[in-house]
Write a protein that binds this ligand. Structure first.
Ligand code: NDP
Length: 288
């Protein structure tokens, strides 16, 4: 199986890291990149430089794409109309719909398509914490799992080609909003002269113990019943209001607490003040 040839198109930091782990495992790797010089380093390590995308695609059944977005895939593979027998795995980030449309487009050209959403920085590609969400036909991942595992631990999340992008974006959501909350909280205590270092252990404690409430929250969200036993919306709204007032008083940004408080206000306006805070899922699902 390490003899299986792999083609990789797109040699940004991610694509280059993927080529390195594939070469290190012994796979013959053919590469193509729009800016040809970006292939120099991996070619020096043993990758074969294809002169055109068509030549790159012809070299392997398994064709991996690591591009800025899906538009780049159409530019590159547009002039390669016959993808019969090819398994195209697009590891680029884009919207769920972009992945669904791409699957249909590849299918029309005779190929098979898998969406990949990579949860790792370029430095972590091939290392233990790297994970990749895949969506599309499970048997396609099954057939190439051993090779794809080299990039990161593969997780098949469903047949709908958009799902891997949704899982990826859900992680970005948790990550970016969590980091924004960390910065805001640090600015809030910092307004009284507390350094980030002093606040750090409390931030870590909060971010590691808070997830303990999630199993009970998930159960209420899935049941659609929010009986008020997890902390009521009204009680949490009072905290959100104090956070907003305190942020305003010290002159730091108030957009984040305002957005949070708006969720609670809308739930209360809908008569849901006595529900568990998990009932906010309904105002988030339907913001009208
Ligand atoms: P880059 O944007 O740095 O590079 C991607 C590649 O896309 C380059 O080789 C570039 O070619 C090529 N490309 C872009 N547009 C076109 C086009 N129109 N025609 C031909 N080639 C094109 O991306 P990264 O390597 O950083 O990331 C790749 C994907 O992985 C992205 O979707 C990113 O969101 C995702 N990702 C990145 C992570 C990271 O830490 N970097 C982490 C997780 C996911 P050229 O060299 O000629 O410009």
């Amino acid at each position: 199986n390490v003899n299986q040839p792999v083609t990789l198109i797109g040699l940004g930091p991610m694509g280059q890291a993927m080529v390195r782990v594939l070469l290190d495992a012994g796979h013959p790797v053919t590469v193509w990149n729009r800016t040809a010089s970006r292939a120099d380093e991996v070619v020096a390590r043993g990758a074969v430089r294809a002169a055109t995308p068509a030549e790159a695609v012809a070299a392997s059944e398994l064709v991996l794409l690591s591009l800025t977005d899906y538009a780049a895939m159409y530019e590159i593979l547009g002039p390669v109309p016959d993808l019969t027998g090819k398994v195209v795995v697009n590891l680029s980030s884009d919207t769920p719909d972009a992945s669904r449309e791409a699957a249909a487009w590849i299918d029309q050209r005779g190929g098979k398509f898998l969406t990949g959403g990579v949860l790792a920085s370029a430095e972590l590609v091939g290392a233990e914490p790297a994970k990749v969400f895949y969506s599309g036909p499970a048997e396609l991942l099954g057939a190439h799992e051993q090779t794809l595992r080299l990039i990161g631990e593969p997780h098949h999340v469903g047949a709908d080609h958009g799902l891997a992008q949704l899982y990826y974006l859900a992680h970005i959501d948790l990550f970016l909003v969590g980091l924004a909350a960390y910065l805001h909280a640090t600015a809030l205590v910092g307004s009284a002269g507390v350094s980030a270092q002093e606040f750090l252990p409390w931030a870590v404690d909060n971010l590691t113990t808070n997830p303990q409430v999630l199993p009970a929250a998930a159960a209420q969200i899935d049941s659609g019943e929010h009986p008020g036993d997890l902390g009521t919306t009204r009680m949490m709204a009072a905290s959100a209001e104090h956070l907003l007032q305190a942020s305003r008083a010290v002159g730091i940004d108030t957009e984040l607490p305002k957005a949070i408080k708006a969720h609670y206000d809308r739930a209360i306006a809908a008569g849901r003040g006595g529900d568990s805070w998990t009932g906010l899922i309904d105002v988030i699902r339907d913001p009208r």
